[in-house]
Design a protein around this ligand. Structure first.
Ligand SMILES: [Zn+2]
Length: 301
């Protein structure tokens, strides 16, 4: 049987919110089977819980925010991506501020925390969303398409009318497994244009942004002294984001996600469009034969 996964012990980290610029303590806690991913705000009310759902995603401008009964948690996408990449189904995330810490702008610190806490298999079958029919959502020249497929595959491409980005590799794909996620995706950092930073700060965004947690793009180069972590780091980060944005469904996809220039908003619109079309997908489990499981999650990642 392919089992649900959680972590063995609680583990904490401290960081800064990318947009708020405020210091935040985060604790990841184990949770029983069928709990899902739950966020709590220790600074507000521990009894109030926000269970991830595509239908609770509100603000998608430059990050993904969940809102429920007046409670908010924001910039959840990189943590959600790490949980998706490691196949973790059940965890309770405590935050003492609204925003998940940005860490180094990628998901590798979250992967490190989760692996350090220890990943455990639980006594209930792990559920997946299997895509049965294609669904395509288009908006303003961008698109997301879900298609049936034997594995969990993510393909992303984008273009920019920008002198530096035009020369970069702007398409990539990955066949999801915990190994491929850690190796090829998890270290890709968020990026932004240096020219936009001051403007974003006047909007109350990117207040915690620095070259320690983002790749800063200048006109003809990047501002980070140590260069890129992958030659295609920009598009790899878009795959990292997509994995996190889709995992608010609580389940990993079996099939193909193909996108052109998508972002948090279109990712959310498209996962809702998929879920709303009940004929286009079904829940599947692998209770008898593990060998048919299309995504490999190594237990100790
Ligand atoms: Zn991101």
């Amino acid at each position: 049987m392919t089992r649900q996964r959680s972590i063995k012990t609680s583990i904490s980290a401290c960081g800064v919110g990318l947009h708020s610029g405020v210091k935040v303590y985060m604790t990841l806690n184990p949770a029983p089977p069928n709990t899902g991913i739950i966020f709590r705000r220790t600074d507000v009310d521990l009894k109030k819980k926000i269970k991830v759902s595509p239908y609770l995603v509100g603000d998608t401008h430059l990050h993904t925010t969940l809102s429920y009964e007046g409670l908010k948690v924001s910039t959840i996408e990189h943590l959600m991506s790490a949980l998706a990449g490691l196949g973790i189904d059940n965890v309770i995330v405590d935050l003492d501020q609204e925003e998940v810490p940005i860490m180094d702008g990628s998901s590798s610190n979250f992967v490190f925390l989760l692996v350090s806490a220890g990943i455990v298999e639980q006594d209930k079958p792990k559920k997946f969303i299997k895509i049965k029919k294609p669904i395509r959502v288009e908006k303003e020249g961008k698109f997301v398409e879900f298609k049936p497929g034997a594995n969990s595959e993510f393909r992303f491409s984008m273009d920019f009318d920008h002198p530096f980005l035009k020369q970069q590799k702007l398409s990539a794909s990955i066949m999801l497994s915990s190994d491929s996620y850690i190796r090829e995706i998890s270290r890709a950092r968020t990026f932004g244009f240096m020219r936009d930073i001051e403007y974003l700060k006047t909007l109350g965004l990117a207040r915690g942004a620095s070259l320690d947690n983002a790749v800063g793009i200048e006109e003809n180069c990047i501002a980070n002294k140590n260069g890129l972590r992958y030659e295609d780091e920009f598009v790899k980060h878009k795959i990292l984001d997509a994995l996190g944005d889709l995992y608010v469904s609580g389940y990993s996809l079996i099939g193909v996600y193909e996108a052109f220039k998508s972002g948090h908003e279109l990712n959310n619109i498209s996962i809702r469009a998929l879920l709303d079309n009940k004929e286009a997908w079904e829940y599947v489990t692998f209770e008898e034969d593990d060998s048919e499981m299309p995504i490999s999650y190594s237990i100790c990642a």
